[in-house]
Design a protein around this ligand. Structure first.
Ligand code: SF4
Length: 327
């Protein structure tokens, strides 16, 4: 291997400049860097304009003393019904498992009540904000996107959210399929919502979060809570990042990693593993995705909104928090 080359975390040779630094893009003499994640990649692939708002525009916006409903910062903080139900379910499961680790067993009724309160607080808080009032909470509720896109059916929407959240919590707490995760998640050595970072090279850090992971006998189990419908969606890249973290940082044996997707709403469990070929393909895809993001980063840092093409797909736009400012 040439002395100016290095091997990256994919085990592949990358070219470096004499002196040991990877050849790189610069921003005012500083290296442009990105944090690659599966969710960031999804936004990048879905709509470039949304990607700009989400990852660059808010940073470039000046600080305002009052809530500005058209500011990118405010819109970026909005949560729609799907995000709200997903976040409530994930937060309550995390709370259940961490409390159980310290000896407190939360009941299903308690969790349902907490979910109900959170939804109601979020509706009240969002309506009050719209009227220029701010209600103080120790833990701020969600600011609901639907309140700001003039829909009159908030109550109906969030009644459905409540039903969905209750069903998912019930399945988590009572389904025999998920018993192994409830039991293992309470053990001291399990990882609950474990955030991880993998340094790919000077410019790219891969970030992710494993919902639940633990050593089991001589194997390693990773479980991802799913709150949507059962599908075999294109998320093998996400599974690869979990696998990668497990081998590199959590001491897992490469041959003995099992990944499960637990579909809480539909009480269904699917087991996944990645073949050597899939691992190779996904590593390549992550590299390409990170490279494409880096190419756009200089435009993002410079605030060049027009370099980011809007997708203009009605189905996608109807769920987008930035629809009011997107031109
Ligand atoms: S409204 Fe549509 S085109 Fe505009 S940023 Fe959102 S998803 Fe993209």
């Amino acid at each position: 291997m040439n002395e100016n080359n290095q091997i990256d975390l994919f085990g592949e040779i990358i070219e470096t400049k004499p002196g040991g630094k990877t050849s790189s893009r610069k921003k005012n003499n500083n290296l442009i860097t990105i944090k690659w994640s599966f969710s960031r990649r999804n936004v990048f692939e879905t709509c470039l304009r949304k990607y700009y708002y989400q990852y660059y525009a808010a940073k470039l916006e000046g600080a305002g003393s009052r809530v500005n409903f058209d500011s990118v910062k405010f819109l970026k903080g909005l949560s729609n019904q799907h995000l709200v139900s997903g976040k409530i379910i994930h937060n309550l499961i995390r709370l259940y498992l961490t409390k159980a680790k310290s000896g407190t067993e939360l009941s299903l009724d308690w969790m349902k009540q907490r979910a109900k309160e959170k939804i109601q607080q979020s509706i009240d808080y969002s309506n009050a904000l719209l009227l220029g009032k701010e209600i103080k909470f120790d833990y701020p509720p969600f600011v609901l996107q639907e309140v700001y896109v003039e829909t009159n059916v908030i109550k109906d929407i969030y009644q459905e959210v409540e039903v969905k959240v209750f069903e998912a919590l019930k399945n988590f707490m009572e389904s025999a399929q998920f018993e192994q995760f409830r039991t293992a998640g309470k053990l001291a050595g399990s990882f609950v919502e474990k955030k991880f970072r993998i340094q790919l090279n000077d410019e790219v850090v891969i970030t992710g979060e494993a919902d639940l992971a633990y050593l089991y006998q001589d194997g390693f189990i990773i479980c991802d809570w799913k709150t949507g419908k059962v599908d075999d969606g294109q998320d093998s890249m996400q599974l690869l990042t979990y696998t990668w973290w497990a081998i590199d940082q959590a001491g897992a044996n490469k041959e003995k990693i099992k990944i499960y997707k637990a579909y809480l709403g539909e009480n269904s469990l699917k087991e996944f593993s990645l073949s050597e070929r899939e691992i190779f393909r996904n590593k390549l895809a992550i590299r390409q995705s990170a490279e494409a993001m880096l190419e756009m980063a200089q435009f993002g840092e410079a605030g060049d909104e027009l370099a980011f093409t809007p997708c203009r797909q009605p189905k996608i736009c109807s769920l987008c928090a930035f629809q009011k400012i997107c031109k």
